[in-house]
Design a protein around this ligand. Sequence first.
Ligand code: 0O2
Ligand code: 0O2
Length: 263
Amino acid sequence: MIKNWDEFLLPYEQAVEELKTKFKSIRREFRVMNEYSPIEFVTGRVKKISSIIEKARRKSVDPECVEDIAGIRIICQLVDDIPLVVEHIRSRNGKDMEIVVERDYITHMKESGYRSYHIIISYVVHTAYGNKKILAEIQIRTLAMNFWATIEHSINYKFGENMPEDLRKRLIDSGEIASKLDEEMSKIKFEIVDSQEFFMTRSALVARVIKQIQTLFFSGNVEKAEITQLQEEFYHIREQGNIEELKQLNKKLELMIQKLYLD
Ligand code: 0O2
Ligand code: 0O2
């Protein structure tokens, strides 16, 4: 019997925050490198007290044995990203987390039509009162799987066991459509990854060029007319969208700045 739920939930809240930060930072690292990230976004939540009590009762276990009190959801764009994220988590096994069990509901879709890859981990939280080992669930799924699961979850919540048969069938059918969408997206994976990397590289270059023109301007050692000319050159290239010309302009500005500080 849990006397103080706030105290009981504290390490789970901390675990959710820490795990969210850890997986979000992987995405950030890819972005800094202008590379496609297998992680699109990360969310997390601590299960509601009423749901913990209900689940513990249903499974005849103590609340701390409920595996998903702390839950992290990692959303990927493509199905092919999922094994990469799973491998990444496996590579952390025995380091900052321990894998307890993996459940592949993608190869083995649930009867409801639910698809996702689940990994239950045990995770140590360092608190002011010492270390506490807790269980956490990581769900890895695509945007399409997430769309389907979110809608199905809310319909399920409303109807529970009493879901009308035709609605259940429609949900199973729409799950198949979501699965088909994932398949189709996988077929154009190269174009998706390539265009997103192109977009990130171009944005990073644009930001660098603007910063370098500012550096030249604020140095006070470049004629105003020359700055205006560089700006016009930049606007012209940006509108044309030619990345090679943008790279050349960036290089030219780098050299101008180097020269400025060498002289
Ligand atoms: P960014 O730079 O937008 O990726 P927080 O505590 O605020 O860090 P929290 O409370 O978990 O995060 O927020 P939430 O609502 O669970 O969402 C977490 C992140 O997922 C947020 O990004 C949302 O923008 C992003 N997100 C949620 N739903 C979607 C979605 O359908 N599509 C996409 N692409 N992103 C989504 P951040 O943390 O603000 O950072
Ligand atoms: P929440 O917080 O509402 O998402 P179970 O006995 O099925 O309740 P079990 O055996 O502990 O749970 O684990 P399982 O089935 O591997 O994973 C449970 C979680 O996976 C659920 O959490 C859902 O988030 C998700 N899930 C599993 N099956 C389905 C499904 O058919 N549809 C949807 N939308 N989600 C599913 P909870 O308990 O619902 O909590």
